[in-house]
Design a protein around this ligand. Sequence first.
Ligand SMILES: [Zn+2]
Length: 501
Amino acid sequence: MSTEANYQELFALQHELQLLGSIESILEWDQRCYIPSQAHEYRSDQASYIALMRHQKGTAKRIGELLDGLTAAGMGASLEPRDVNVREWKRDYEKRCKLPEDLVSEMTKTTSFAQSVWGEARARNDFAAFQPWLEKIVALKRREADCLGWEAEPYDALLDQYEPGAKTAEVAKVLGDLRERLVPLVKRIAGSSKRPDTSVLRRNFPPDQQEEFGKAVATAIGYDFTRGRVDETTHPFCITLGPKDVRITTRYIPDHVNGALFGTLHESGHALYEQNLPAEHAGTPMADAVSLGIHESQSRLWENIVGRGLPFWQKWFPSAKDHFSELRNVSLEDFVFAINAVEPTFIRVEADETTYNLHILLRFELERALMNGDLKPADVPGAWNEKFKKYFGLDVPSDAQGCLQDIHWSAGLLGYFPTYSIGNLNAAQFYEKAVVDIGEQEDNFRNGVYAPMLDWLVKNIHSHGRRYKSADLTKHVTGKPLSSDALMRYLEKKASYWYGV
Ligand SMILES: [Zn+2]
C-alpha cells in the first residue's frame, strides 16, 4: 500500500479515538455541571465503558503497523503537519501500549477510593488516615514510571505525561532559580508600609451581575460564544467537546468578586487557545495543545498579565461600577491595588500571583523526593511544614491547611504541579516577546482592544498545534530557553509600583 493510503487509514483510526474521547468529555462535562446526585454510579459505568473501548482501539496492532510503515517510509521526521501528526500519534500510541491493563485498572480503582478517603481526612485533619493510600499511590506511580521508562530519574516519566519532553533536572533548575529570587521579593513586600484594602473585594456582588459582567469581558477578549458556553461549578474548568465546542465554567460567590472575575478570565484564556487551534488540522495532533504548561501560559496571560493590569481596568472599571453598586465609592487605584495584593497564605488556590509559585515549588520538591525514595509518605507533613516555614515564613497550623489541601495526590496526579509554574514563567516570557514584536499593548488594553494580542498568540503559539515540544516552543517563539527572568521582571515591576519596594 502507498504511504498515502496508509496515512489515510491511520487518520480514520485516529478519528475514531477522537470521537470516543470527545464523547467521554461530554459525559464528564455533564457530570461536573448538571448530573443529579443519584446518577453518578451509572455515569461512572458509562465513562469506564467508553474509556475501555478507547484503550482497546487505541492500542490496536494495526495502528502500530501503520505507524511503523510510515516511519520506515521516512515520515515523522520533519516539522511539516503530516510528519508532526505521525510523530505525535506514534508517541501517544507507544505510551498507551507501555501501560499494562492491570496497572491502569489498579490505578483507577485506587485513586477513585483514595479521593474519598482524602476528602474525609482533610475534613478531619487526619493525615494518618490518608497515609496508607498515599503510600499505595506512590508505589503505583513508581511502577508506572518504570513501565513508561526513564533515564535520569523516575519523576521524568511522570512529568513527561503532562509536559512532553520536559526533564525534571531542567525544570528544577529554573524553579530553584525562581525560588532564590521570589523568597526575598515576598519578604520585601511584607516589609512595605503600603497595604491594599482587600475588603472592597468582599462586598455584595449579585451573582446575576457577575455573570453578565464576566460574559462581557470574555466576549471582549475574543471568546466565541457560538462555539462555547459558560456554566457554573465549584471548581472552574475549561473542556473541549469537539472542534467547535469549547466550554468553560466559573463560580459566582456573592460576597467575593475575585472568583468569577478571575475564574472567567482564566478559563477564557484556556478556551481562546482551544478555539484558535488550526481548524484545517482538526482531528490530528496539529490541532492539539502542546502541554499543560503551555495551556496554563495562555490562561495566566489573560488572567494576570492582562486582567490584573491597571490599563485593563481603566477600560472596565466604569462598567464594573455600573454592575456593582458597592464599588461606586471605590477608586480605580484602590480596586486595582486590592486585586494585586501580595500576601503569604496557606492555601494554594487562594494565593496571589507572586507567592503562588512558592506553593508549586514546595510540592514539586516533595513529589520528586517521594518518587526518588528520598522521602517517605509518612514524613510528608514534617517536610511540608519545614519547607513552608522556609519559603513563606509561616508555621502551618494543621495538615488540612498544609499537605492535605490539594486533591492531586489522591487522584494520582504526580508530576502535574510544576506545569502551573511552567505556565506562569511562559506567560511572562511570551508577553515580553509579544511587546517586542507588536509594541507596547497598554494603550490597546486601555481602549479595550485585544485583537493584536490574541492574533500574536494565535500566530506564534496556537497555530502550531503540537509541532514543537513545550521547551522548544518557548525557544522558537522567544529566542531563549525558559527562565525566571521575564516573570521576575514582571513581578518586581508590579511590587515596585504598588508596594514601593
Ligand atoms: Zn488553568
